[in-house]
Design a protein around this ligand. Structure first.
Ligand code: BDP
Length: 588
């Protein structure tokens, strides 16, 4: 799916700003878009509201625009949206973290138009993420809806990403798929252009970063171009070419679009993760889209600052835990050279998981969840959106599903197959394994190309016992290696809750800044000595908001940075460590 940009044939109007907002049967009030409604409304009953809510704004359509097709495009609405133009329904979308657009040409009029979005934030056992949905009768017989998140982040909702009016010519480029074969510094680039309507001829020019044309061709919907002296996209040293695609009608440009793309190879071989044929070491984070006031709403300012903080630390990668991130962040990562593990919204696929670390055997997850359809949809939409990014090196099909329960393999096998079939670049696929499904108990790891571990030895297990933690970690990693000697292993999460400003003489005191550092040092003692251990993603880049519970102190405090991005001691520790751990060949 193409990212919305203006070109010589397309207009783009950003509808970001102050919209009108209301819950059912209330008066309209101002609401910033993009942004979560929750924290803008201040009061607890609004912040925690579950159910339908409405957004509305006006926009203008000019005569010029009516000569083309007019589209309305949402970066995301969390979690479900029905959209109308001038009170006429134009479409709906479920899934809160992927873009969608509607052709509204027939619904708009010259002059002023009204767009209304009826949305809701209900999550249940058919949606992703998974929530436990209940309705109770409140005062005056009023039904109160409740979602108990089956995951550890606040259920922020609203119009989270930009809304844009986008005009396209009558015959237009609908999608572009870039693949390539790299041999040394030569590339054969294959471009597939999906066109709606007709295209007499398609002209493709590839420009380098100096805007010099390095290849050009005219032909049909699939074309192959050769590039010499290729500069590869490298982690933390990105190089992006731009493909200028034009539909020509009697020599005249009818539509044009510009797609940036980098070229690199990804391969798993001898339990190493190779990027451009060299063993790569992941240094970075699980993150969240979570900032003060914005909630989960896009903040380009926060994203740019985070990118700079990550660079300051010497990180080279992150995972989009636990949902597809904004297209703006993906483009930034691609531009800046951050390596991304791109995750779906599949989180909470675990029935009756609480903080007890016990599974209730009475409700088999795979017999009681109905998420398969939503899961297929998000895989399709994620790959369609992100397929051309060089920064994406692996798809994460799910976070911490209940893979120790019978039925996990059968649930996941068709989903891995779907992802592998849809991805034109055939990247590796993984899922992220939970501590409750360790080596020997997990049933699905055969499907995953990399053994991605979320491990909390020294926190949820072996609390304040780092000697025991090291031993348990070592044993488990070795067990995995015996089961799958060809697969690389990495941490996709490890961490300890840390209250900024809390200190102790005794470094072994959980929740202190000292303990967070000790915890990480102990884990590193183990993994640094294991050649097939290929990366460390800490949990989490920054503190983030969660639902309430006695295990959370105004949110999850495992960040290296606070929610407002002040560094904890561990942030400095990692800065030193990562600036001395190379991106490539760390263990050889
Ligand atoms: C894992 C989850 C993550 C949590 C983290 C934690 O993947 O979402 O926030 O643990 O407990 O279970 O901090």
């Amino acid at each position: 799916m193409l990212y919305p940009i203006a070109t010589q044939t397309r207009q783009l109007i950003d509808l970001s700003g102050i919209w009108q907002f209301k819950f059912a049967e209330q008066d309209w009030q101002p609401m910033a878009v993009p942004g979560s409604f929750n924290d803008q409304l201040v009061l607890s009953e609004y912040k925690n509201y579950i159910g339908d809510f409405f957004y509305q704004t006006k926009f203008f359509v000019t005569e010029e625009m009516l000569k083309q097709r007019v589209f309305l495009r949402f970066g995301s609405v969390t979690h479900y949206a029905e959209v109308s133009i001038n009170h006429k329904n134009v479409g709906k979308h479920s899934g809160g973290f992927t873009p969608f657009e509607f052709d509204i040409t027939d619904a708009v009029v010259l002059g002023e138009n009204i767009v209304t979005v009826k949305a809701n934030n209900i999550l249940d056992d058919t949606t992703l993420p998974v929530g436990n949905y209940t309705e109770i009768e409140g005062e005056n017989g009023k039904i109160i809806k409740k979602v108990d998140e089956n995951f550890d982040f606040f259920n922020y909702a609203g119009i989270h990403r930009p809304v844009r009016i986008w005009t396209k010519p009558l015959n237009y480029i609908d999608d572009i798929t870039v693949t390539y074969e790299l041999k040394g510094d030569q590339a054969k680039v294959n471009l597939i252009v999906d066109v709606i309507g007709k295209a007499e001829q398609i002209r493709i020019s590839i420009l380098d970063e100096q805007d010099q044309v390095v290849a050009t061709s005219i032909g049909g919907k699939e074309q192959c171009l050769n590039i010499e002296n290729v500069i590869r996209w490298q982690p933390m040293n990105a190089y992006l070419y731009r493909a200028v695609i034009e539909i020509l009608e009697s020599g005249k440009v009818e539509d044009s679009y510009i797609e940036p793309f980098g070229m690199r190879t990804v391969e798993i071989k001898n339990n190493q993760f190779l990027i451009n044929d060299k063993p790569f070491y992941f240094k970075g984070y699980g993150r969240h889209e979570d900032t003060h006031i914005n909630g989960r709403g896009l903040s380009n300012t926060a994203n740019v600052m985070d990118i700079n903080l990550m660079k300051w630390q010497g990180a080279n990668s992150f995972r989009t835990s636990h949902y597809p991130y904004s297209e703006e962040m993906m483009r930034l990562a691609d531009r800046e050279g951050f390596v991304v593990i791109d995750e779906t919204t599949a989180v909470g696929l675990m029935n009756n998981f609480g903080f007890t670390l016990q599974i209730d055997q009475s409700r088999n997850t795979w017999e009681t969840l109905n998420t398969h359809e939503a899961h297929r949809q998000v895989i399709r939409e994620l790959i369609k959106r992100d397929k051309n990014y060089a920064c994406v090196v692996m798809w994460s099909i799910a976070n911490e599903p209940s893979t120790a329960e019978k039925g996990a393999y059968d649930y996941f096998a068709p989903l891995f197959e779907l992802a592998r079939e849809l991805d034109p670049q055939k990247r590796p696929c993984c899922y992220v394994n939970i501590l409750l499904a360790p080596a020997g108990k997990d049933e699905a790891m055969a499907l995953s190309d990399v053994i991605c571990l979320n491990r909390y030895y020294g926190w949820y297990k072996n609390t304040a016992d780092l000697v025991g933690a090291k031993k348990a970690l070592q044993e488990e990693i070795e067990h995995w290696h015996r089961l799958f000697p060809e697969k690389p292993i990495m941490f996709t999460e490890y961490g300890a809750d840390t209250i900024a400003g809390l200190h102790d003489m005794d470094f072994n005191t959980p929740f202190t800044e000292e303990y967070q550092v000790e915890y990480y040092k102990a884990n590193h003692e183990v993994i640094d000595a294991i050649p097939y251990f290929v990366g460390e993603h800490v949990w989490n880049f920054a503190d983030f908001q969660t639902k309430y519970g006695i295990f959370r102190v105004q949110g999850n405090k495992k960040g290296l940075f606070t929610r407002t991005r002040e560094p904890k001691l561990a942030a400095h520790y990692f800065k030193d460590r990562w600036n001395s751990v190379p991106d490539f060949d760390y263990k050889s």
